[in-house]
Design a protein around this ligand. Structure first.
Ligand SMILES: [Zn+2]
Length: 187
């Protein structure tokens, strides 16, 4: 079932989300619907607040990079101690993540399904170590770079009530201010 994606200006995007205490049928159904909604919107990640639920649940699917210039190392990550292709764990669904970004800051253009028609450069650390509890009770420990590292930071920000536009430079914030005001009105 497709869910409607909450848009900029909706207070649910600004709240700190609560941990998922019990993984019941409703959580499984929500995760499945979030994956379907993410695919339909051509997104690579979706956090529960983006479908109106202030809980710590995220879905991610990083597509295979078919660009010939792509760095194949970015498709690889250390997953539970083994170097593996990240495709093996996609779509990635997790609750109550603990993430630790590290390494050099890099600038990359981001967008968000909850912030229509705005893309902007955001500086973030290039790598992430994360503990990602799964719905079945197992845990994925991952150390990754590339788009997955960026996506993990972007999605986990949603759980704290942060949006990528908050992470832009003050110069970029100035250029976005009018557009964001308009978006907030449209809600
Ligand atoms: Zn987003």
């Amino acid at each position: 079932m497709l869910l409607s994606i909450t848009q900029y200006g909706n207070p649910v995007l600004r709240a700190v989300s609560a941990p998922v205490e019990h993984v019941d049928e409703a959580i499984h159904a929500l995760a499945a619907n979030m994956i379907e909604t993410m695919y339909a919107a051509n997104g690579v990640g979706l956090a529960a607040p983006q479908v109106g639920e202030n809980i710590r649940l995220v879905v991610i699917d990083i597509p295979e990079d078919e660009d010939e210039e792509a760095n194949p190392e970015e498709q690889m990550a250390t997953i539970n101690g083994e170097l593996r292709n990240i495709r093996e764990i996609m779509p990635l669904v997790f609750i109550n993540p603990v993430i630790e970004p590290y390494g050099n800051q890099s600038l990359c253009t981001e967008g968000c399904l909850s912030v229509r028609n705005i893309r902007a450069n955001v500086a973030r650390p290039e790598r992430v170590k994360a503990t990602l509890p799964q719905l079945d009770g197992s845990v994925i420990e991952i150390d990754c770079g590339g788009l997955l590292a960026r996506c993990l930071q972007h999605e986990c920000d949603h759980l704290e009530g942060f949006l990528f536009t908050d992470r832009t430079s003050s110069a970029v914030k100035l250029t976005l201010a009018k557009k964001l005001k308009r978006l907030a009105k449209e809600g």
